[in-house]
Design a protein around this ligand. Sequence first.
Ligand SMILES: Nc1ncnc2c1ncn2[C@@H]1O[C@H](COP(=O)(O)OP(=O)(O)OP(=O)(O)O)[C@@H](O)[C@H]1O
Ligand SMILES: [Mg+2]
Length: 259
Amino acid sequence: MSSTRVPAVALDRVSKRFGQGAPVLENISATISPGEFVSVIGPSGCGKSTLLRLVSGLSPISSGQILVDGMTPINAREIVSFIFQDPTLLPWRTVQANVGLGLELEGAARDSRHAAVDGLLQLVGLTHVKDAYPRQLSGGMKMRVSIARALAASPRVLLLDEPFAALDEITRDRMNEELLRLHRQQAWTVLFVTHSVAEAVFLSNRVLILAPNPGRMQHDIPIDLPVDRTPEVRNSEAFDTLVSHISRSLRETHAVPTP
Ligand SMILES: Nc1ncnc2c1ncn2[C@@H]1O[C@H](COP(=O)(O)OP(=O)(O)OP(=O)(O)O)[C@@H](O)[C@H]1O
Ligand SMILES: [Mg+2]
């Protein structure tokens, strides 16, 4: 038997066009191993959100192939969770009722549901506000509710689309550290879209840079920083070097002429 592990996400010459329009994504190939944290960065409109939607099965590919843990995106839906930029919580439900919504819809028994929700709230540090309503929470707390709700489905692959874009820098740094802590604990594979180079470098073990018109893979950059990313990593020379290198590559993609 082969010892090769099935990739968590395998993109093979993936292209996407909407209707008869020009291709939005062209020939995207990448293999993401289980447990990897991969960020996707690129100019606005280059197709980052579209790429996540293809992987999640929300939108069909036009050509090529996507396999998620060896399955088509539609068949892999149960192991994938998508965290959108806007947390979209139900305003009339408390924090714990929002987190438990998916389990409730699945028909999980009340006791097991409550135990699962309690554990998730503890994981994201929101036990103290479990009876609060979304309007009483800060942006960062709402995002954590959204993450807990996504985790209730026990995903193996997590797709995050600019989840921290609206947060102030200090809260964002804290959320990054929490996300890494959860990633270590849960061993998910993560595909993370961001416009922040520093965030991408801090979180990832690889950064994919997309060029626009049509969206295509420009660079696949390994992030060779210590696996244990303490906040101090941000003050290291290696971190600064990677941020400058990626920023430079990103500026080049902005300058790439449309073919
Ligand atoms: N449903 C759709 N129908 C037609 N065109 C679409 C659709 N969704 C996205 N597009 C087009 O695809 C391109 C890529 O959009 P996408 O939202 O994936 O970009 P993005 O890289 O996520 O941008 P941003 O950084 O601004 O979020 C854009 O030109 C957009 O207009
Ligand atoms: Mg987007």
